[in-house]
Design a protein around this ligand. Structure first.
Ligand code: ADE
Length: 418
């Protein structure tokens, strides 16, 4: 069996973590149980490029229970949990190619090792696997039935591929399921981002001016949780509707130039380049903290910081101090990579339960329906989305009402008015 991980001897700790997460993932667990009886993925080779965490481990174990052979690499060089990777290899016989802190060339080498297995379905978080496949490894595309994509950034890249006519097989955009982005992006990113910032810095949030750059689902979640910890939240947003929403949600809304003068912490979560760029970096105060929760490490302009600083030193794990030419000290967390996965453990298992239930059921859907699907980006079928919501409620012991026949008829009628 092929693999490339930090140290197989870490497996014991990884096994405990995987089991701990499993207890919080009842929906995925029930899918895994069904898969292990019915084997709906028999004969399928899955190439997965996901954050290698204890939650992902439970997903790939469920896929294996369904009869698939799974090969896993990391979707970010800094997010791998080395002990989990070791347990997947040792205890579950799953090939993993991922080492926390790997350099860019190893990162792509690992993606290529997964592609070497000739996958029939690809699973991405950020679209690096599929983009490598459509670039340097085109010869493998003929074998692929379809793929899934986990995150907003990946879906944006895939839609751009589809619009340009270069996407060669169907994709299910897991991110677009309501049981994914309403919960994972908002409550998952909200909690895990605060967790990453606090583990890295141990600062007190109460009374700090916390600037959230980007007010999508993830930004809304982070703003909500930062406020809950007593921070004064400021939102910077380019979309007028979202900016208005942030204002009416009760936050201060400013442009970057004004926020730069008052912010203590800046958190980017936009999916775009240099969201924390020159305007903020040249005006921010001494001892400003910068962190990113967007998928790629492009959101904080690190090049600007390097050009305008006299030295960089690591002052705590995951905290780099840039001493600027004008004497200010600026702190960058987790090298500008996803702070929640770099400096903490990513979203809690209970929320990944729904995201990964969508992944597992989307893989089965593609395997069973690939002939009917065109090379486009599809949403998760709404029956799957609703079923996951029902299962999650059930696992929480919550019963909800159903419409009566009379109410259903009323909703589909047009004759009755005042
Ligand atoms: N993305 C965000 N949090 C995650 C986690 N815990 N596992 C896998 N992917 C994630």
């Amino acid at each position: 069996m092929e693999f490339d991980i930090r140290d197989i001897n870490l497996a014991g700790e990884g096994k405990n973590k995987i089991e701990w997460a499993r207890e919080e993932m009842p929906v995925l667990r029930s899918i895994g149980e069904e898969f292990s009886v019915k084997k709906p993925l028999k004969g399928l080779v899955i190439g997965a490029c996901l954050h290698v965490t204890s939650e992902t481990a439970n997903l790939v174990i469920a896929l294996k229970e369904g009869g698939a052979s799974v090969f896993l690499c990391a979707s970010n060089p800094l997010s791998t949990q080395d002990d989990v990777a070791a347990s997947l290899v040792k205890d579950h016989g799953i090939s993993v190619f991922a080492i926390k802190g790997e350099d860019n060339s190893t990162y792509y080498d690992h993606i290529n090792r997964v592609l070497d297995m000739n996958p029939g379905i690809t699973m991405d978080d950020g679209a690096d696997l599929i983009s490598t496949l459509h670039g340097k490894r085109k010869e493998l595309i003929a074998n692929v039935l379809g793929g899934t994509e986990e995150t907003t950034t990946g879906v944006i890249r895939l839609r751009s591929m589809a619009e340009k006519g270069v996407l060669r097989y169907p994709i299910i955009a897991v991110n677009e399921a309501k049981t994914k982005h309403f919960f994972d992006n908002r409550y998952g990113t909200g909690q895990s981002t605060i967790d990453g910032i606090l583990r890295a810095t141990n600062i007190l949030l109460a009374g700090k001016r916390f600037v959230v750059v980007g007010y999508g689902w993830c930004g809304r979640g982070v703003a909500m949780r930062a406020r809950g910890m007593g921070a004064n939240v400021i939102v910077v947003e380019v979309d007028p509707l979202k900016a208005l929403e942030a204002k009416m949600d009760g936050y201060e809304v400013m442009n970057s130039a004004d926020a730069a003068k008052v912010g203590d912490i800046f958190l980017s979560v936009t999916g775009n380049k240099n969201a924390v760029g020159k305007t903020i970096l040249e005006n921010c105060r001494d001892r400003t903290i910068l962190a990113n929760a967007g998928h790629f490490d492009v959101e904080i302009d690190l090049e600007y910081l390097k050009r305008n600083s006299v030295c960089v030193r690591r002052v705590r794990p995951f905290v780099d101090e840039y001493l600027m030419k004008d004497g200010r000290r600026i702190y960058v967390l987790a090298e500008g990579r996803l702070v929640n996965l770099g400096a903490a453990e990513g979203h809690p298992a209970s929320v990944m339960d729904m995201s990964f239930a969508n992944q597992a059921l989307s893989v089965r859907y593609i395997y069973e329906n690939s002939e009917k699907l065109a090379p486009e980006v599809y949403s998760v079928p709404s029956e799957i989305d609703k079923m996951i919501a029902r299962l999650k409620l059930k696992s929480m012991g919550i019963d909800i009402d159903e419409l009566t026949q009379e109410q259903k008829e009323y909703l589909s009628s047009w004759e009755t008015g005042t």
